[in-house]
Ligand binder design. Structure first.
Ligand SMILES: Nc1ncnc2c1ncn2[C@@H]1O[C@H](COP(=O)(O)OP(=O)(O)OP(=O)(O)O)[C@@H](O)[C@H]1O
Ligand SMILES: [Mg+2]
Length: 264
């Protein structure tokens, strides 16, 4: 179902009682099966928008809806969230970690184990199902977190800098792999990233956010069928999109220099 963000504004109140308008008048429509990436300077409100999409944060004004139904609370079977820090339970096995959402949803043990195993196979982790998170590399742990989200069979996947903690090579390899899985399963995805390459490589559309308060300043369409071959990253069309995105982030209407944490 279509994800619609309409005239979204969020005002935070700080501990000292000061009000901060974090995002203002954000409008986003994500079609079924579409992959949209969200990029912008630190503090511009990307996570804020994503949290509203996941129902973890209530808009101060405007609305977020899935298939016309307004989102008011988190429901992982509708929109599952993947955090940057994996948030796995170290004392639980890989398969139990992947099944944790299903457990909270009340699914019987044998059934949730079978479903979690299926998702782990999909991301190439079937062979470590009975290992523990500490025995896995960062990239593998992140794939467990992705399996856990996919096991809920959500229509929508929300990812906040999912590969932020990984080295360049791992995030590239995992990115290519995940891109295939997500395309095959036809998920609707919104991903926040600081990497220009990632933003372009994964997405059908890149939304660029500007600061002060956060809003969408530009939309870039990536006219290349998914899943994409790694060679797309060395293609001239990719370079052109990257240069465009780079200039947008350089000359953001915000009147302060824009910090792009990871340009590669
Ligand atoms: N709980 C909060 N209370 C007060 N202000 C907040 C709170 N959460 C976020 N903010 C402010 O809202 C703005 C947007 O924050 P947000 O975390 O959405 O940015 P971001 O784009 O995700 O940044 P980053 O790239 O660093 O993760 C920032 O100015 C931040 O200081
Ligand atoms: Mg953030």
């Amino acid at each position: 179902m279509t994800l619609t963000v309409k005239d979204l504004s969020v005002t935070y109140e700080t501990a000292s009682g000061r009000k901060v308008l974090a995002v203002a008048d954000v409008n986003i429509t994500v079609q079924v099966g579409e992959f949209v990436s969200l990029i912008g300077p630190s503090g511009c409100g990307k996570s804020t928008v994503l949290h509203c999409m996941g129902g973890m944060l209530r808009p101060s004004a405007g609305s977020v809806a899935v298939g016309g139904e307004e989102i008011r609370d988190p429901r992982p079977e509708r929109a599952a969230f993947i955090f940057q820090d994996y948030s796995l339970f170290p004392w639980k096995s890989v398969v139990d970690n992947a099944a944790i959402g299903l457990r909270f949803a009340g699914m019987p043990k044998a059934e949730r184990r079978a479903r979690a195993l299926k998702e782990l196979e999909l991301v190439g982790l079937g062979h470590v199902a009975d290992s523990y998170p500490a025995e896995l590399s960062g990239g593998m742990q992140q794939r467990v977190a992705i399996s856990r989200a996919l096991a809920m069979e959500p229509e929508i996947l929300l990812m906040d800098e999912p590969f932020g903690a990984l080295d360049e090579q791992s995030r590239r390899r995992l990115g290519i792999e995940m891109s295939r899985v997500l395309t095959d399963t036809g998920k609707t995805v919104v991903m926040v990233t600081h990497s220009l390459d990632e933003a372009i490589f994964w997405a059908d559309r890149v939304l660029v956010m500007g600061k002060g308060p956060g809003r969408i300043i530009e939309e870039l369409v990536v006219p290349e069928p998914r899943p994409r071959r790694p060679e797309f990253m060395t293609d001239r069309r990719f370079d052109a999109l990257r240069a465009k995105l780079f200039s947008l982030l350089e000359v953001s209407p915000a009147e302060e220099p824009v910090a792009v944490r990871s340009a590669g």
